[in-house]
Design a protein around this ligand. Structure first.
Ligand code: FES
Length: 68
């Protein structure tokens, strides 16, 4: 079974449950869910109006298409 998840987030959500902050992945690219592992850096050059598909292993864009 596979699942395609769409998100517009390009960075983590910070939560402060105790003394130290925790960063939860909101971009969907992390290899360590639910925590951010820095993979969101792959999203930094995304442009509005484009839908990006990433290789989950390499975090590289494998396909783009119009998001109109
Ligand atoms: S927000 Fe997803 S890896 Fe950082």
């Amino acid at each position: 079974m596979a699942r395609l998840i769409r998100t517009d987030a390009t960075g983590p959500i910070r939560i402060d449950p105790q003394d130290k902050p925790v960063f939860v992945c909101a971009c969907g690219l992390t290899s360590n869910p639910p925590l951010c592992d820095g993979s969101h850096k792959a999203c930094k050059n995304e442009e509005d109006g484009t839908l990006y598909r990433y290789d989950p292993a390499t975090k590289e864009v494998v396909k783009t298409e119009s998001d109109a």
